[in-house]
Design a protein around this ligand. Sequence first.
Ligand code: ATP
Length: 236
Amino acid sequence: MELAIRADGLRKTYGDVVALDGLSFEVDRGEFFGLLGPNGAGKTTFINILVGLVRKSGGTAEVFGYDVEAEYREARDRIGLAPQEFNVDRFFPIHEVLEHKAGYHGVSPAEAERRAAEALKTVGIWEKRDTRFDWLSGGMKRRFLLARALVTDPELLILDEPTAGVDVQLRRDLWRVIERLNAEGTTILLTTHYIEEAERLCDRVAIVDSGRIVEVATPDELRSRGTDEVFVTLAD
Ligand code: ATP
């Protein structure tokens, strides 16, 4: 089985703070994999290393066999990221923002337009295509961030707490969209604080704490062990 992600002994320190302390795990191509852990566990730091925003202090990080630093372009071109914090161009209608992004990845203007339309339809905000990001509601912003991750047609989709603070209806909608993407073959790495979300969506879940993997388990294994008390549960 080809690996989508391989982390081996991955370390990241910020001065005296150890954000990743020898993180090791593997995600198979096509898998829906969850990273579950409390605030400050190191989940976002790990994602930032995968997409080249942060340099590792040691160890190995690969995406589809490509080293995320030595082979940055090959790795990055295969990843779509819906980040927790976002910075979106505010001066253009959202369909143009998506077209620009697809264009940076080297596709023709016609193909960029097609991909932007498809991504907006996939997440259900096609009718908002001429609106600027700032004018979208909070829920629509979330949908847009997912569309932006999809517009480069990624093999690995990384979702950093995609449903934090969203209402029940939107959470279910987003779940449906990402489940379908995974069924169509996209590998998914999802971080969440919600154990129910991880249990419902993921093939396997890694529990991260203090920059290390505490365990990797299937949702059934998690349920039977009753780890719930350690983590936040959904309010609804
Ligand atoms: P959350 O669930 O709150 O998003 P997380 O699991 O994503 O948390 P990280 O954001 O990766 O955790 O943070 C891991 C540790 O690294 C924390 O102690 C954090 O304070 C620290 N850290 C992260 N980024 C920096 C930075 N730029 N400078 C200093 N410390 C940092």
